[in-house]
Design a protein around this ligand. Structure first.
Ligand SMILES: [Zn+2]
Length: 489
């Protein structure tokens, strides 16, 4: 038995002012065949990682392709995408004959000229491997689950958890199903229900937690092989941006249709009830200062680098400084130039620094202040589940009672090391402001005595009616009141 695996992944915010080039992939995940480390999967590479581990015991040969992944940002350079795609497809051709293919993709990548990158990859891969080779795909739930992908893949599985703590577990599920299909033990058929809705679904909140637990409970019995919920990625302006439910059943299409419809209708009934409460900047800062428990963790989801935002918006920070907040720490502000200036000034220096507010109008205005450089650290990392994420060179600065972590490699707040690398103990702060939508909850949830989500003026607004969509198929909730959800595949 011969399997092939590769990754091309990023999450594209088509409204982001930060273009994604080949360099963005080289800075993040750029691994040629055989180069993938053995310690842990990188972004979206879990299918290759688990397939390598289990090859011997399951008795197949794994042919490793390249793994390319970049941090979320704006639309990908066309030449860059075609270069990576053609490299992987050439590897696929050279690996023939194949029984199975495992793709680790994100599912919300957009390149200039390609609104459905993953559909393009899968269509071309199918043309190469033929109809009998089993193609399995792992996607992030913040994906566009397009019909082109469903038509060209045999098995598609999405992570269920948000924060995404189950990337490796779902890759194991995918490998199990691909192997069972090749061995003739199951015949996967897929059904998709389109819920016609845009929303966010942290699985740390009770309603979505219950939904995901029921999805798990349905799997592995009564002919149901896998159940996934595509949340959608609200900041990718493509036709098939929408929430969808996907069911994989063993041979029985009617059964898959019925379950996808039942779960899809339930997902529709959850509209407006799956997001946390959002506070204004003034109210959030006031509540955190007045709180009698600590730390209070404030999240700035609208400036989440993990959704393609610059992570240099200053609005909440400015309010913390204006209100003279004490024992407060903010991170990360992405500003490599400011980090450089802090290194130039030196540890312990107090000097006038302009930082943040640089990339676009939704970054707010830069902050000009006399800052004290309290820590400098080269080549830092933070952890997220089993993976580690580079932060680059970091500096901690202090303005009154507010400390700020400046980073060089744009990423969201994921691990407590973001602060600890630069001598700030997060558990000892009264207020922590983190830039992240919900992944921060994996590490910061357990230390938070209170969590406040703030709606700032950064680019990833939760008020979806404010996003200037041009390509999204209508009608769709909440942009339209009347919609027509239904089975589409
Ligand atoms: Zn995601």
């Amino acid at each position: 038995m011969r399997l092939f695996s590769a990754t091309i992944a990023t999450e594209t915010n088509t409204f982001s002012p930060l273009p994604t080039s080949l360099d963005a992939f080289k800075e993040s995940v750029w691994l040629r065949p055989g180069e993938h480390p053995d310690d842990a999967p990188r972004m979206c590479t879990a299918p290759l990682f688990v397939a390598r581990k289990r090859a011997k015991q399951e008795g197949y040969t794994l042919i490793e392709g390249s793994c390319f992944a970049a941090s979320p940002a704006g639309t990908v350079n066309r030449d860059a995408y075609e270069f990576m795609r053609d490299e992987v497809l050439d590897q696929l051709k050279a690996a023939l004959p194949l029984d199975g293919v495992l793709f680790g993709l994100h599912g919300a990548m957009v390149a200039h000229g390609y609104d459905d990158v993953e559909g393009d990859i899968l269509e071309r891969a199918r043309a190469i491997v033929g109809p009998d080779c089993v193609i399995g795909v792992e996607l992030d739930p913040h994906c566009h689950l397009t019909l082109k992908r469903m038509k060209n893949a045999d098995i598609v599985i999405l992570y269920k958890e948000f924060p995404h703590t189950d990337v490796q577990d779902r890759a194991e599920d995918l490998l199990d199903l691909v192997l069972r299909t090749i061995r003739g033990e199951v015949k996967p058929v897929m059904s998709v229900y389109d819920c016609r809705q845009i929303s966010s679904y942290p699985t740390t909140l009770p309603l979505m937690r219950g939904f995901v637990d029921r999805m798990f409970a349905l799997e592995g019995k009564d002919g149901i092989l896998s159940v996934s919920a595509a949340h959608c990625f609200p900041y990718g302006d493509v036709a098939e941006l929408t929430g969808r439910i996907l069911v994989v059943a063993d041979g029985d299409k009617a059964k898959a249709d019925a379950l996808a419809t039942r779960l899809g209708e339930e997902f529709v009934s959850m509209r407006g009830k799956t997001m946390p409460e959002y506070h204004s900047i003034a109210s959030g800062v006031q509540q955190s200062i007045e709180s009698n428990v600590s730390p209070v963790v404030m999240a700035d989801p609208a400036d989440n680098a993990g959704g393609g935002a610059p992570s240099d918006n200053t609005s909440i920070l400015r309010e913390l400084i204006a209100k003279d907040a004490q024992d407060a720490a903010v991170g990360p502000i992405w500003d490599p130039l400011a980090v450089r200036l802090c290194f130039d000034a030196g540890l312990g220096a107090t000097f006038p620094l302009r930082f943040g507010g640089k990339i676009g109008p939704t970054s707010g205005q830069p902050i000009d202040a006399m800052v004290e450089v309290t820590a400098l650290a080269r080549d830092c990392r933070q952890s997220f589940g089993p993976t580690t994420v580079p932060l680059g060179d970091c500096a901690a600065i202090r303005i009154g009672g507010v400390k700020v972590v400046l980073i060089s490699n744009r990423t969201q707040a994921l691990g407590l090391e973001l602060f600890r690398n630069v001598g700030i103990e997060p558990t000892e702060q009264k207020i922590l402001l983190v830039k992240s939508t919900n992944h921060f909850m994996a590490a910061f949830g357990p230390i938070a005595k209170k969590v406040l989500y703030i709606e700032s003026d950064a680019p990833l607004s939760r008020t979806y009616e404010k996003i200037p969509f041009t390509k999204v198929q209508r009608p769709i909730w909440p942009l339209d009141k009347e919609t027509n959800p239904g089975l589409i595949f």
